[in-house]
Design a protein around this ligand. Structure first.
Ligand code: HEC
Length: 305
């Protein structure tokens, strides 16, 4: 098989081969050039990121950065307009406690304490047959406060007539209650569900009810539930203790009255009313300028009483 290429047959330079190798090589070289002109496709099949996407990202970043850089306004949740200046707290003045009328303050607290009662008397105070009589329109609620306080503190059993209907069930004591809670819930039931006594039961009056309770129970946590007869014989009166005008402004935290009138212009003066009173009475005669100052403290004790 020692064949040599025959120049006479240029189509078949390699006699042993079935195809012309040099032509095949040339053809392959042309095809290869075309392939190299195209973009390379990676073996993973991923294409390179197009330039326009890179540019778009750049624009987004640029705008985003600008927005954040502009004081972050877009992400600012402050409701105040630009240039808003928050008022300074006045050191030494009445900065913290918020005030409201004692009626509003007790009604709000009373609504919470009343959750003790809703299970039986219902949230609308209408009661429920076989469970508890109504508080709405009941004389026991709107009548004398000592009776009402004794029902709440001791509980109630036996026959009781409410709005002309007889009930004969048992209400358990609602203790423990502190004086503010008791005052609040009594004020609340007396002025809700259509009841409108328009008065407040003060914490002082409630404290007196609690004193009566402790006196009777001798320090025990509970006493025997009251009956209609005992309520009418022994407790048919108003609780002792200074009455409040329901419109009196009080500190919501302490429920102590605050003086709204007087040094209204300057909070700083309010705090010093007590001392200014002493100074005012001495300085009063000397300078007419002091007269209005002295008048404030003089008025203040009158409102406290
Ligand atoms: C476990 C149920 C129950 C709870 C809780 C309850 N009561 Fe009563 N209440 C009764 C029942 C029952 C009677 C009637 C008792 C009777 O027949 O002697 C009654 C009677 C009364 C009465 C007199 C009758 C009337 O309807 O006016 C008043 C006032 C009263 N409750 C107020 C309150 C208050 C205020 C609270 C919450 C601090 C309260 N009760 C919590 C069951 C309850």
């Amino acid at each position: 098989m020692a064949d040599t290429p025959t120049p006479e047959a240029p189509d078949r330079p390699d006699p042993g081969e079935s195809l012309n190798v040099s032509r095949a090589h040339a053809a392959r070289g042309e095809a290869g050039a075309a392939v190299t002109r195209e973009k390379r496709i990676e073996e993973s099949g991923r294409e390179p990121v197009p330039l326009w996407i890179l540019l778009a990202c750049g624009v987004v970043l640029l705008i985003g950065g600008g927005v954040m850089g502009a004081g972050g306004r877009l992400f600012d949740y402050s409701p105040h307009y630009e240039g808003y200046v928050r008022a300074d707290f006045e050191a030494g003045g009445r900065s913290g406690p918020v005030t409201d009328t004692i009626m509003n303050a007790l009604m709000r607290r009373g609504a919470k304490v009343y959750s003790k009662c809703t299970g039986c008397h219902q949230s609308n105070g209408q009661g429920a047959p076989g469970v508890a009589p109504p508080l709405a329109g009941s004389d026991w609620v709107t009548g004398n406060t000592e009776r009402l306080s004794m029902i709440i503190l001791f509980g109630l059993q036996g026959k009781i007539t409410v709005k002309g209907t007889d009930w004969n069930l048992v209400m358990p004591s609602q203790m423990p209650l502190d004086q503010v809670e008791l005052a609040a819930v009594m004020t609340y039931v007396r002025n809700s569900f259509g009841n409108e006594t328009g008065d407040v039961v003060t914490p002082e009056q409630a404290a007196n009810a609690l004193a009566l309770f402790r006196e009777e129970t001798g320090g025990a946590a509970f006493g025997p539930p009251k009956t209609e007869q005992i309520l009418l014989e022994k407790h048919d009166r108003m609780l002792e203790g200074g009455a409040f005008d329901p419109g009196t402004m009080v500190d919501l935290e302490t429920l102590e009255p605050v003086e709204e009138d007087g040094g209204g212009e300057e909070d700083g003066e309010d705090g010093e009313d007590g001392e200014a009173g002493d100074g005012g009475s001495e300085a009063g005669p000397e300078a007419p300028m002091d007269v209005p100052e002295g008048a404030d403290p003089a008025a203040a004790p009158a409102t406290t009483e």
